[in-house]
Design a protein around this ligand. Structure first.
Ligand SMILES: Cc1ncc(COP(=O)(O)O)c(C=O)c1O
Length: 399
């Protein structure tokens, strides 16, 4: 165990098996996985359809040179394009979310009229590359903090200095991520995003959407951008697409694909368009359609949010509940309060998202989770808050 290099604090737990929303340690103790691994096991761990697909495809062909067409990969491309509303477009399969975003960002930079790219502050794009570094020569970062609490709506965004100060005529691409914001779980106002998207389009710009976290049904729709009034040119998809298997994808419109082929853009990477990952992606999409996972996610997400809101009215230790579908963040009065709740939840067998020094706990369970599986969580939170709440107030974290 000590030989594994990690950049997160190691949890003293030896998880050996998983099924649905549950993880089990080497003593058989069960834990409710409210993070779906890294928010990737959208259909739950060990989904039989995904397992069967991996086994069947593995004995046919798993990996292939990049020049050779394969019917499984072609079918998967059509499946992804059908859910991104780009039936005439094209799709590339890659391995991770970071790779998909970096591919989309670099592609857009190559073909956009202007190389400068725009994103909102705190947008997390990828673990490496130009998407992580965001050098000021390549990126304009829009500080949208004031927009979070702005009460003006609609067309007033167009005349607001937040937008009028943007050098929109110098920007070639808007890279939009609609709900994670470096783990803060935030949802930018529709009016703001519609206005930016429309100005970008008027200036012949491109729109890239990063759907690594928000895609594949997580927000109750196939993609987070579908809560906004915009048509993307490139869609980067990861996490839930493979249900834990490392496959990601970038879907592009026909016009974008054409422009990429005419440009000098070249992408060479060993595992692009591998049949095994593509087969998994097709199965995940088909299973979500057959099981009506999006509607289920929207309904259970509403239920989870309502229950957390109820707890908030009883316990002022909670500052805010934010959520869309099953992408839910609970903001506490202080990072200390969040850590205390996280620790107690862990001791009771609930694994949720938490980063040290952050006031947030995050809930991203498998989209297949049932209301009945969440009931013990509400009881646990109620019991924990009943004891902890007095020790924490909005201004005075417990020392
Ligand atoms: C919003 C967002 N974009 C991109 C990524 C990168 O994806 P991956 O970790 O699969 O490389 C992540 C990962 O958490 C993410 O949350």
């Amino acid at each position: 165990m000590q030989h594994v290099l990690r950049f997160t604090e190691e949890v003293n737990l030896n998880l050996t098996t998983a099924k649905g929303c549950m993880l089990y340690d080497d003593h058989g103790t069960a834990y409710l996985d409210l993070e779906a691994g890294t928010w990737s096991a959208a259909l739950g761990h060990n989904h039989p359809a995904v397992n069967q697909t991996i086994q069947a495809q593995l004995v046919k062909i798993s990996h292939l040179g990049t020049r050779y067409p394969n019917q499984t990969v072609e079918q998967a491309a059509q499946d992804v394009l059908s859910i991104t509303d780009m039936p005439d477009g094209q799709c590339i399969f890659l391995s991770s979310g970071s790779e998909a975003v970096e591919f989309a960002v670099q592609s857009a930079r190559r073909i956009a009229a202007r190389p400068l790219q725009l994103c909102l502050s705190n947008t997390y794009l990828a673990a490496y590359g130009s998407s992580l570094a965001k050098e000021s020569t390549q990126w304009v970062i829009l500080d949208w903090k004031a927009c979070e609490t702005c009460s003006r709506t609609g067309s007033s965004c167009a005349t607001c200095p937040t937008l009028t100060n943007l050098p929109i005529d110098q920007i070639g691409t808007f890279v939009f991520e609609s709900g994670s914001f470096s783990g803060q779980v935030k949802f930018p106002p529709q009016a703001l995003i519609s206005e930016i998207a429309s100005q970008i389009k008027q200036n012949d710009g491109l729109i890239v959407v990063n759907e690594i976290t928000t895609g594949m049904g997580r927000t109750g729709k196939w993609f987070g951008y579908q809560h906004y009034n915009l048509q993307p040119d490139l869609v980067a998809i990861g996490k839930g697409l493979g249900n834990g298997y490392p496959v990601s994808a970038v879907a592009v419109t026909a016009k974008t694909a054409e422009a990429l082929k005419k440009s000098s853009f070249l992408y060479a990477q060993s595992h692009q368009n591998d049949p095994l990952g593509a087969a998994v992606a097709s199965t995940v999409i088909r299973t979500m359609q057959e099981e009506d996972t999006l509607a289920h996610c929207a309904a259970v997400g509403t239920f989870l949010k309502q229950q957390l809101e109820k707890l908030k009215t009883d316990f002022p230790i909670i500052q805010q509940v934010r959520g869309r579908g099953l992408l839910i963040g609970l903001e506490f009065v202080s990072p200390e309060a969040a850590e205390a709740v996280y620790t107690q939840l862990f001791q009771r067998g609930f694994l949720c998202g938490f980063k040290k020094a952050s006031p947030m706990l995050r809930f991203f369970p498998p989209l297949t989770i049932q209301e009945s599986e969440l009931l013990p969580l509400f009881q646990a939170l109620n019991d924990i808050f009943a004891v902890l709440s007095d020790g924490f107030s909005a201004t005075q974290p417990k020392s």
